[in-house]
Design a binder for this molecule. Structure first.
Ligand code: GTA
Length: 324
């Protein structure tokens, strides 16, 4: 696993590495300012279990707090900087011994972080659905289906994008910003994605959020070209400068459908098998630019494929329309 420390010596990079292990200027330190602690958490259901990704999502309640919470628990990868220390200070319990083969359960010392957690509180029913195990269906969204069903449904049922405004207005995560072009039309903020632990470069994941209020891929046309080209050029230059990772090692794409309808571009390390990089979700930024250059109305007219979850309101809307 490559770490930030071993990839060059750009002083600006210190901004990320020097952050305390626990706690930062977002008010997200040891003490949760809203008083949310796992000792007060009661699980009401396991929403999803992914043994391969070592991820579990839970729905539950915090004692004395109204409403549901969704909690994601994700095992952390080994860190080659600390693995020797981890091994030498772990206790071991043998579970098999056969000839030259033996297996053990290992118990790390308490000061080693074992898992990463993401908490959503208060969580809406839409969050519970997003993080639940359920059947998926492929949607073939024509221009008509988009205009008559998808668009109207999404206008009424969207995740809040308050977290996006908090970033754009520098109310949250401002000390994490890797690059900003403040231009209101063609500018953007590039910062670490929620899913990245900001330590392991092999799982580097950044997101570029546009200052311009564009909803999704469907709204992109030739007017958006300067913005898209700026994100591609300045975003990759900033990542190369900051993390010493060239464009040839990055996956740069837009989701359709996204969860949050404010245009953002995902930058993830090729080595990282990021969720949502399959053909039914990810659209390469470079291809988007080229498609629009060939036809300004490409994304207005194009039939787009994606998956929809069984319990999602979009699935119900397509059913009501007679699509399923
Ligand atoms: N910096 O507050 C935020 C924030 N939020 C709320 C979301 N993002 C944020 N980044 C910062 N601060 O990459 C990030 C998300 C995502 C992007 C939105 O913004 O991490 P999208 O609109 O295309 O939506 O992207 P998408 O891809 O559905 O969202 P998300 O959350 O990545 O979910 C995709 C799948 O990944 C889900 O089905 C889920 O099962 C899985 N997943 C989500 N979070 C995690 C996680 N922490 N660990 C592992 N898997 C996860």
């Amino acid at each position: 696993m490559a770490s930030i420390e071993e990839n060059g010596s750009n002083p600006k990079r210190q901004k990320l590495t020097d952050l305390p292990e626990r706690g930062n200027a977002d008010g997200a330190g040891d003490e949760d300012e809203r008083g949310l602690f796992f000792k007060d958490f009661t699980t009401t259901s396991v929403l999803r279990e992914d043994t391969k990704a070592k991820l579990m999502t839970l729905k539950g309640k915090f004692n004395g707090k109204d409403g549901d919470a969704v909690v994601l628990l994700e095992k952390l990868p080994f860190d080659k900087e600390t693995v020797a220390n981890l091994m030498s200070s772990s206790t071991m319990h043998q579970t098999l011994n056969n000839d030259i083969y033996s297996t053990y359960e290992a118990f790390p010392p308490t000061n080693f972080p074992d898992y990463k957690t993401t908490m959503i509180y208060p969580a809406t029913e839409k969050h519970v659905i997003k993080y639940s195990e359920q059947d998926m269906y492929v949607v073939r969204e024509t221009k008509d289906l988009y205009e008559n069903v998808t668009k109207q449904c999404l206008e009424k049922n969207q995740f809040s994008i308050q977290w996006v405004y908090n970033i754009l207005e520098k109310k949250c995560e401002s000390e994490r910003i890797v690059f900003e072009d403040p231009d209101p039309v063609n500018g953007f903020i590039l910062l670490p994605d929620l899913k990245w632990n900001r330590k392991d470069l092999d799982s580097l994941y950044l997101v570029a959020i546009t200052h311009n209020h564009i909803k999704s891929l469907r709204d992109l046309n030739k007017e958006s070209l300067p913005l898209l080209k700026n994100i591609l050029k300045s975003g990759t230059e900033a990542i190369e400068k900051e993390f010493n990772i060239p464009v040839s090692k990055l996956r740069i794409y837009v989701h359709y459908q996204p969860s949050y309808y404010h245009l953002h571009v995902h930058f993830s390390n090729l080595k990282f098998d990021a969720p949502g990089t399959d053909v039914l979700r990810a659209h390469l930024l470079d291809s988007i630019i080229e498609n629009i250059e060939m036809d300004s109305q490409y994304y207005e007219n194009k039939t787009l494929h994606y998956t929809v979850k069984e319990n999602d309101v979009l699935h119900q809307a397509y059913k009501d329309h007679g699509y399923f």
